[in-house]
Design a protein around this ligand. Structure first.
Ligand code: KIV
Length: 278
């Protein structure tokens, strides 16, 4: 039996009921259909596709066209899973009209269920305008990869009482706009828990400890497919990369010694040879 799709209404309800949910990334039809078959409730088509799909070394170069190209097949592949599209860098930081225009475009052209964007207090007016335009929004604070350079690189955030308080202020400002949930990335466990306790919307943690209301992981990291680096916050639930390499090498060996394709993967004919057909 297929699972019941989570709706925008469920986010705050889950929080009130203390119900944990999960999110993973997906960037293509087949992966989305696998996630849809699982019990995972939500998919993020993250701009992390810049690294996992496009081979960039950051998310900064990802465009709205890239995002739309990847969100469409995910929506198609996961009809029973809540799909969130990530707003790429440069698509919401010029002005409120630009942000609303680009968010409209993402939803209209992909039919995703919500959008996500990075930023705290300073982006609350932008988030509010998008929500007022009728688009559900998920916030993202803590380590925000699009602006990681100005945060001092890919490092733990909220490591001092002052910065932790700022993150709580960011979360409160976003919660007041009416966001569905907030992703909190790479903060100490105590800070992840404190942020979760401070707001009435679910906190979706990634590298934020086990005290948050939900968790998110990048599919290619958790399945052991992405080979360039492995952050501490990632748990590998499968190690597919060496299995895939083994499969490829076995395929090549069998091609070399002509054991592939065998009769079970070949088509027969009603004649033995084609000599007489010439
Ligand atoms: O782009 C992404 O995959 C993300 C997650 C790391 C939360 O933003």
């Amino acid at each position: 039996m297929s699972k019941k799709k989570m709706t925008a209404m469920d986010f705050r309800k889950y929080k009130q009921e203390g119900k944990i949910f999960t999110m993973v990334t997906a960037y293509d039809y087949t992966t989305a259909s696998i996630v849809d078959e699982s019990d995972v409730e939500t998919i993020l088509v993250g701009d992390s596709l810049g690294m996992t799909m496009l081979g960039y070394n950051s998310t900064v170069g990802v465009t709205m066209e890239d995002m739309i190209h990847h969100i469409r097949p995910v929506v198609k592949g996961a009809p029973n899973t809540f799909v969130v599209g990530d707003m790429p860098f440069g698509s919401y930081n010029e002005s409120i009209p630009q942000a609303v225009h680009e968010a409209n475009r993402m939803v209209k052209e992909t039919n995703c269920d919500a959008i996500k964007l990075e930023g705290g207090v300073e982006f609350a007016p932008v988030v509010k305008a998008i929500i007022q335009a009728g688009i559900p929004v998920i916030g993202h604070i803590g380590l925000t990869p699009q602006t990681a350079t100005s945060l001092g690189g890919f490092r733990v955030q909220g490591g001092t009482p002052e910065s932790a308080k700022q993150l709580i202020a960011d979360a409160k400002a976003l919660a007041e706009t009416g966001v569905l949930a907030i992703v909190v990335e790479c903060v100490p466990t105590v800070v992840g828990k404190a942020i979760s306790e401070a707001v009435d919307v679910p906190i979706i943690g990634i590298g934020a400890g086990n005290g948050t209301d939900a968790q998110v992981l990048v599919f290619h990291d958790m399945m052991g497919m992405y080979g360039d680096f492995k952050p501490k916050m990632v748990k590998q639930y499968c190690n597919l990369r060496p299995m895939i390499v083994d499969g490829l090498n076995q395929y090549r060996t069998e091609c070399m010694d002509r054991t592939f394709p065998g009769t079970e993967h070949s088509y027969g004919a009603k004649f033995e040879s084609i000599d007489k057909l010439y």
